[in-house]
Design a protein around this ligand. Structure first.
Ligand code: SF4
Length: 348
């Protein structure tokens, strides 16, 4: 199979051009066609010679994301289920905010982390996406937004998969997204969310980027976290917190903690108080996410009243906390639900 053109950095494309006996700036022209003019074929790169376009076509391919389904929510959220070249399906979401459009991308087909409240985990991990397959989701979203003169203003890596288990491809994707000659997305407008893969948190801290880090914490202690997230047995709660303290000391960046509220499991005031005592010395923000019902699990939604009580208990301890504005609730927008439905109907 030919490699994906989106898998290559500017420098790699320049080196490729030189290998073909062309000046390095041809690589820059290719990069511009891909990310600034956003074409979908080599044929359209009209300032390159026909021979060079042919060489590109012989050696590379574009990532094709075939739209299997698309759901549009009343709130402007659009959720796509895209088919890849090998018939796997992935989800990408465009969310409309008053400050712009944010894109939620997927980094793996399926996931092996096994969070008990998540539909993405149900079929296990099928494979990692390449950097280019992650890039393609943003380029596709930008092409859709181009039609109405808007741009991707932020990216969240919170779709299916654990980005820190696909670390190198995720980092390559990030470097492509922030490249000033490409889509040029501001580093502070990108958030990577991890379930707490400790060695990768240390690596990420040392990368020297300004990209935001979010942690799916979901519990205030080791025992409860292990019940909700099996990954906690591999990387225990205290080790995750220690890695985060290292990250914060190294980068000075505020950390976001994602906390899925599950009715009667982790959503009581005592949980909030325990969490507050763990986080009290950290520069952080807690994002509360009332879970959607996953039919395969027996979890129920936290009542509105309990959500506000939980929020107040954290705020009273001086913790910066918000409740995630639910987007696309009417279109099964929670992570992995669309793909899970698709897998189910294919299996019938
Ligand atoms: S929440 Fe994220 S890390 Fe956990 S199983 Fe779902 S996709 Fe994987």
């Amino acid at each position: 199979m030919k490699p994906f053109i989106y898998d290559f950095t500017l420098e790699e494309l320049q080196a490729w051009a030189v290998e073909q006996g062309e000046p390095a700036f041809r690589g820059s022209q290719i990069f511009e066609w891909i990310y600034v003019k956003r074409v979908n074929s080599f044929e359209e790169m009209t300032n390159l010679s026909k021979a060079l376009r042919q060489k590109l076509d012989d050696q590379f391919q574009f990532v094709t994301l075939k739209e299997i389904t698309k759901f549009e929510s009343k709130d402007g959220t659009v959720k796509f289920l895209f088919g890849l070249h090998d018939d796997h399906a992935i989800e990408t979401v465009i969310m409309k905010h008053n400050y712009g459009n944010s894109i939620c991308v997927t980094t793996q087909v399926g996931c092996r982390i096994g969070c008990t409240f998540c539909a993405s985990t149900l079929g296990g991990l099928k494979r990692d996406l390449t950097a280019g397959e992650i890039v393609a989701q943003v380029v596709k979203a930008q092409q859709i937004l181009d039609e109405r003169g808007e741009r991707v203003s932020s990216i969240v890596i919170m779709g299916t998969g654990e980005p820190f288990e696909n670390y190198d491809n995720t980092m390559k994707f990030l470097r492509l997204m922030i490249h000033e000659k490409g889509l040029n997305i501001g580093q502070r407008h990108i958030t990577v969310s991890t379930s707490g893969i400790v060695p990768s948190i240390y690596k990420f801290a040392d990368e020297g980027t300004q990209i935001n880090l979010a942690i799916s914490i979901h519990a205030p202690n080791d025992a409860l976290r292990s019940k909700l997230m099996p990954v906690n047995r591999r990387y225990p709660f205290d080790d995750v917190m220690e890695a985060l303290r290292y990250y914060q000391a190294k980068t000075g960046r505020r950390i976001s903690f994602e906390y899925a509220l599950i009715g009667g499991v982790n959503d009581q005031v005592e949980h909030a108080e325990e969490l507050a005592s763990v986080l009290k010395d950290m520069l952080c923000h807690v994002n509360l996410i009332p879970v959607n019902h996953v039919p395969e699990r027996k979890y129920v939604r936290t009542s509105r009243n309990d959500i506000f009580k939980f929020q107040r208990a954290l705020a009273d301890q001086g913790i910066n906390v918000t409740i995630r504005r639910e987007q696309g609730h009417d279109i099964a927008a929670a992570c992995g639900q669309l793909r899970a439905k698709h897998m189910e109907s294919n299996a019938r």
